[in-house]
Design a protein around this ligand. Structure first.
Ligand code: FMN
Length: 299
């Protein structure tokens, strides 16, 4: 997730309890090809990873197959284990250039992008939605499967639905049926509203999908994939946030704005007496060292 599961947070997750596969934030392939040096630095920061995160997949977006080819080859040279193409992002700026969810309206270009990504020799997957304005799974999924991607991750809502309605997991089940009927070997990964690994396992059992991608459940919860019986204590939550801020400062401190870290504060610091006061003080901090000092004052 953009500006959430960045290199710092992923490193912490990998240490705390890692999923079977990790994905980077989505990264502009156009930028990787065209941006001047200053822009390149920020983009390349999205592609930083540590060995502990493997298998790690780079997620790219573009509507230009030649850019997809060049960016995928770059990702291969950086040591990524796979390429994922974003065909689900509803952001207007992304869609304006024909990327993200706009590709659902342009299956032939979507297919050309998969072919372009495959030239790098890595497994290629697609992250998409059920359709654009309406559910187009019956026609959209076969278009993608015709290019033999390694996997399709289906965020079980349409573009129009954004994240405003519950994810339609029965459509993930249908995606598995479509895949099987076509004799495709692509893995079907469901996505949307899973709150825990147990919840994800239930959804996988109900739908027959091969895997589940979890997004927002990771907020403030690097223990999401750690098999632990008890929820983390207040001290553990504070310690983890200190570690998260340290990693952010070390890996991204001179590239990303410290304000990016603030979206994590509420998720970590809640659920005990005094959490709200601490959070208010924390939100007023302006640097990693300030924030760490604030947290250490209560440890
Ligand atoms: C802040 C934020 C950033 C996101 N960034 C990305 C992204 O870079 N690439 C992507 O494929 N999906 C992105 N998503 C969508 C999620 O991957 C996921 O499809 C969606 O949140 C539904 O799944 P969930 O209920 O498990 O979060 C983002 C979502 C949020 C809330």
């Amino acid at each position: 997730m953009e500006d959430v599961t960045d290199a710092a947070f992923r490193k912490l997750i990998a240490r705390t309890g890692k999923p079977h596969v990790m994905f980077t934030e989505f990264t502009s392939a156009d930028g990787l090809v065209l941006a001047p040096e200053a822009g390149q630095r920020a983009l390349r920061a999205k592609l930083l990873f540590s060995e502990g995160e493997r298998p790690i997949v780079a997620q790219l977006f573009t509507s230009v197959p030649a850019h997809m080819e060049a960016a995928s080859k770059l990702c291969a040279s950086l040591g990524f284990d796979g390429i994922d193409i974003n065909m689900g992002c509803p952001d207007k700026a992304v869609e304006k250039s024909g990327c993200g969810a706009a590709l659902i309206k342009n299956p032939s270009n979507a297919r050309a992008l998969i072919r372009a990504a495959k030239t790098a020799g890595l497994p290629v997957s697609v992250k998409t939605r059920l359709g654009y304005n309406s559910d187009e799974l019956e026609t959209w999924l076969p278009e993608l499967l015709a290019e033999e991607p390694a996997a399709v991750t289906l965020h079980a809502r349409t573009r129009k639905e954004m994240s405003l309605v519950p994810a339609r997991w029965e459509r993930v089940k249908r995606a598995v049926e479509i895949r099987d009927a076509l004799g495709s070997k692509a893995l079907i990964v469901g996505n949307g509203d899973s709150v825990s690994v147990d919840d994800a396992r239930e959804k996988a059992a109900e739908t027959g999908c091969d895997g589940v991608m979890l997004g927002r459940a990771i907020y403030g919860n690097p223990w999401l994939y750690a098999d632990r019986p008890e929820p983390p204590t207040a001290k553990e939550r504070i310690d983890a946030l200190v570690e998260h801020i340290r990693l952010f400062d070390k890996i991204l401190g001179d590239i990303s704005n410290f304000a990016t870290m603030k979206k994590h504060f509420k998720a970590y610091i809640s659920g005990w007496d005094g959490a709200k006061d601490l959070r208010i003080r924390l939100m007023e901090t302006t640097s990693a060292s300030d924030a760490i000092a604030c947290l250490e004052s209560v440890r």
